[in-house]
Write a protein that binds this ligand. Sequence first.
Ligand SMILES: CC(C)(COP(=O)(O)OP(=O)(O)OC[C@H]1O[C@@H](n2cnc3c(N)ncnc32)[C@H](O)[C@@H]1OP(=O)(O)O)[C@@H](O)C(=O)NCCC(=O)NCCS
Length: 108
Amino acid sequence: MFDAMIESANKRRLIIVDGGYLLFNFTRALRLTIYEILVLPDRRGEGIARRMFDEMTSRHPDALEVFAKVPDDYGVNDFYKKMGFARVGTEHSKRGRAMGMWLKTTCR
Ligand SMILES: CC(C)(COP(=O)(O)OP(=O)(O)OC[C@H]1O[C@@H](n2cnc3c(N)ncnc32)[C@H](O)[C@@H]1OP(=O)(O)O)[C@@H](O)C(=O)NCCC(=O)NCCS
């Protein structure tokens, strides 16, 4: 886990704020992919995730879309809907865990 974080930090693909972090990637296809977004339980609902999302997109104004693949049992599907993502598919792990694929087109 720390290897990925260190590599992301070096590429400026890690946003850390007081209360949370966002780990992401940006590809040549101009797609931002959220790997992990986490806000401390006692700091949720303050707009921290939205601010980190805005920071990520402002670092990459040429991005065309933002993608995330999130297990349904995380219980955050409504968060992605609220953030303007559309569910574009579902994948299942070998153990049958459903993972939603979420996509948001960014405006330029
Ligand atoms: C999902 C998570 C990152 C949201 O963080 P947050 O800082 O509380 O989110 P924000 O306060 O920035 O909320 C942004 C918007 O989403 C909405 N929202 C946040 N959590 C929500 C939820 N669980 N269900 C529905 N809407 C939600 C807020 O109302 C807000 O909408 P608004 O700006 O229109 O009022 C946080 O709950 C979390 O860390 N969860 C556990 C980790 C996780 O499962 N991460 C996702 C997979 S990597």
